[in-house]
Design a protein around this ligand. Structure first.
Ligand code: DHB
Ligand code: MG
Length: 216
């Protein structure tokens, strides 16, 4: 027990999952319906959903922007962490995914608090005012992450939170030069994060790992 770091293996991770608040029935049903509807099975992990929700709640976030709605799983989880009057504006480029998400959001306990914007986020994000957002969650195409980072730093208020999924690139981030297109895109993103003087961040190894940063 003397190590200041404990590498998390499968046994320890199973323990962590058991200690985390469980996925509720609605999100479990959404996940199953998304699979049946042919959506890619790339939603965030349940323990990561719990982390995002509690983080937003603890920070008192009211306005959250998401890039990459998919089936609405993370948008619903995040909206549950917001106070009355809070809202999530989520961006989705694929019409079938946006339609699925809208239906499941409308039937959820978060109906009316989540807006799904269809289109390329890089075109629609500029309509959101500078410094008007409490938290941004990036979970879309990894090639776009550097551009989304620029928009996030513009939209976030001072003290606002940046979250980004998949920063271990499915485990391939440390494979060295070459690597998958995703790993290369995430490497460029993490370099841009390091270079952003207004952002301080850590990587939280839940799911495929989540970057958590705070804008100065
Ligand atoms: C992929 C994208 C994701 O956001 C994710 O969490 C897992 C996989 C992908 O594009 O393969
Ligand atoms: Mg993801």
């Amino acid at each position: 027990m003397s190590a200041s770091s404990t590498p998390v293996d499968e046994r320890l991770f199973a323990f962590i999952q058991k200690q985390t608040i469980a996925e509720d029935a609605y999100l479990r049903d959404l996940r199953q319906a998304a699979r049946q509807a042919g959506l890619p099975e790339i939603h965030i992990a349940p323990e990561q959903a719990a982390f995002l929700q509690l983080l937003l709640r603890g920070a008192g976030a009211r306005t959250v922007v998401e890039v990459g709605t998919l089936g609405g799983y993370s948008a619903i989880a995040m909206a549950r962490g917001l106070p009355e009057g809070g809202r999530v504006i989520t961006h989705e480029i694929e019409p079938a995914h946006a339609e699925f998400a809208r239906q499941w959001i409308a039937r959820s306990d978060q109906a009316g608090r989540i807006e799904v914007r269809l289109g390329n986020a890089i075109d629609t994000l500029p309509t959101i005012a500078d410094g008007s957002v409490d938290a941004v969650f990036l979970d879309a195409d990894k090639e776009g992450y550097v551009a989304y980072l620029g928009q996030a730093l513009r939209m976030l208020r001072s003290g606002g939170i940046l979250l980004a999924d998949n920063v271990l690139a499915g485990g391939h981030i440390a494979d060295g030069s070459g690597g998958s297109a995703t790993a290369q895109a995430i490497t460029r993103f993490l370099a841009a994060v390091q270079a952003a003087r207004s952002l301080r961040s850590v990587i939280v190894p839940l799911g495929d790992a989540c970057l958590f940063g705070v804008k100065e």
